[in-house]
Design a protein around this ligand. Structure first.
Ligand code: SAH
Ligand code: SF4
Length: 383
């Protein structure tokens, strides 16, 4: 059977080389050819013995996903749609800035978490991506961009798992992909520049802290359980009194000395001054006097079925000021790639829902359009 070498981190490749009767160190050469040089053909790997190249041709391949489309925004943002088979496609976005190049990667075809304000969430869930499909997005983008920009140097300096899907729900495939990003023989990214974003799977946050601590962003979106239950249904299972201690525990292992809280600003839902004041109380209650988090306010990016509105700029500024006056570093995320629907939460790809999530979301959309005000699933304490 032919194996796809994009699925292997360095250790996996070493085991594979041993199975071929080769020394483990051959894996380093192979890994560098694949990830640093972007090689696809074994015949291009000129410093590997011909016998080994023949063995590889008979047993392995380097096969990325095929690109369905590419869109380039006026601001330089590029969005790709990749075919992942079975009628599913996922999106990846490159965001160039003066001092960095960030790649936003998908980890699942769809998402089962059902957050109300998220386009992927409304589509339901099809399947987890494999390690090769996760790292393949970086492999493709890095080598494509080097050729496109005629650049010999590394183009992508930061990777954020903020595309389609909940990365920690696909933990087993994610970890080898993260290791490949960090590996000096691979992409050599610093842990501080690789960010996992999660809606709050607390047990997996604990595990990530031990197994592969990288920068952590947590999608908070609400200052209390009642509102968070409504916006991020996972909160019903893992409420704030579990999530915040998990974040604090993560800090002991994290490459940065803060957790980033993402907060999607929804007009009239979670953007009032009293919400900001409640957030200040919340992080103070858990921080024991220390400032341990930053806030990243994201203007809601609308999509047709959401029934929600973006907060007004003045509302966002007032909200940010309350947090900053309390000593909490707060940034308002710039929207990029608006003209190509590449902004946060707009990645829709193409998902063949194999769960009831998409159906449930459609039902809730109807109710939402009728009610228009949050109807919390559970009135919990305000922690
Ligand atoms: N599933 C992970 C990562 C993917 S979503 C998570 O939820 O963290 C990446 C970020 O985009 C999250 O903070 C998410 O809450 C935010 N987001 C989702 N939909 C959005 C929208 N329509 N507008 C703005 N941000 C959105
Ligand atoms: Fe999934 Fe994240 Fe979207 Fe929630 S915000 S539905 S966890 S991708």
């Amino acid at each position: 059977m032919t194996v796809n070498l994009l699925d292997f981190d360095l250790e996996g490749l070493a085991v594979f080389c041993e199975r071929l009767g080769e020394k483990r160190f051959r894996a380093v050469q192979l890994f560098r050819w694949i990830h640093q040089k972007g090689a696809r053909q074994f015949d291009d790997m000129t410093d590997l013995a011909k016998v080994l190249r023949e063995k590889l041709k008979g047993s392995a391949c380097i096969t990325p996903m095929s690109v369905v489309s590419q869109h380039v925004s006026v601001d330089g943002t590029i969005k790709w749609l990749f075919d992942v088979g079975g009628g599913n496609a996922v999106e990846t976005v490159f965001i160039p800035e003066d001092d960095r190049g960030t790649l936003c990667i998908s980890t699942q075809a769809g998402c089962a978490m059902g957050c109300r304000f998220c386009s992927t969430g409304h589509q339901g869930f099809s399947r987890n991506l494999t390690t090769g499909e996760i790292i393949g997005q970086l492999w493709f983008a890095e080598h494509f961009l080097r050729a496109y920009l005629k650049c010999e140097e590394r183009v992508i300096s930061n990777v954020v798992m903020m595309g389609m899907g909940e990365p920690l729900q696909n933990y087993t495939a994610l970890i080898p992909a993260l290791r490949m990003m960090l590996d000096d023989h691979g992409y050599g990214l610093s842990r501080r520049r690789v960010t996992v974003s999660t809606s709050g799977l607390v047990k997996k946050i604990d595990l990530l802290a031990l197994e592969c601590p990288v920068a952590l962003a947590v999608s908070l979106h609400a200052p209390n359980n009642a509102l968070r239950d409504y916006l991020v249904p996972l909160n019903i299972k893992h409420p704030l009194e579990q999530l915040l201690p998990a974040c604090l525990n993560y800090l002991a292992h994290a490459p940065r000395d803060f957790i980033t809280f993402e907060y999607c600003m929804l007009d009239g839902v979670n953007d009032q001054p009293e919400h900001a004041l409640e957030l200040v109380q919340l992080v103070r209650a858990y921080g024991a006097g220390k400032m341990w988090c930053k806030f990243n306010l994201i203007g809601f990016n609308p999509f047709p079925q959401s029934g929600l509105q973006r907060s007004k700029p003045a509302q966002m500024l007032t909200f940010a000021k309350i947090l900053m006056d309390a000593g909490i570093t707060t940034t308002v995320r710039k929207t990029r790639g608006d003209d190509i629907d590449a902004a946060c939460g707009q990645l829709a790809g193409d998902v063949k829902d194999r769960t009831r999530v998409g159906e449930r979301m459609a039902r809730q959309r109807t109710i939402l359009l009728q009610v228009q005000t949050p109807e919390p699933v559970r009135q919990a304490n305000n922690h």
